[in-house]
Design a protein around this ligand. Structure first.
Ligand SMILES: [Cu+2]
Length: 68
């Protein structure tokens, strides 16, 4: 089990956070996604492809990048 951290920009409220978490948890291999508004970030648990995670966030209308 590993963890991937994303920096996410564009989220403005709790609805955004829930939409982002739901999108991330829909990506194959994700067991849990913890999303925060301040700072805009996500910690994803599981074994998922980072590219697929970023794509899922973008499809919700936000921008994401892997945080080092
Ligand atoms: Cu919102």
């Amino acid at each position: 089990m590993s963890e991937i951290k994303l920096a996410i920009t564009g989220m403005t409220c709790g609805h955004c956070v829930r939409a982002t978490a739901k999108a991330l948890e829909g990506v194959p291999g994700v067991t849990k996604a913890e999303v925060t508004l301040t700072p805009g970030a996500a910690v994803i648990h599981g074994e998922a492809d980072p590219t697929a995670l970023i794509k899922a966030v973008r499809e919700e209308g936000y921008e994401a990048e892997v945080r080092g």
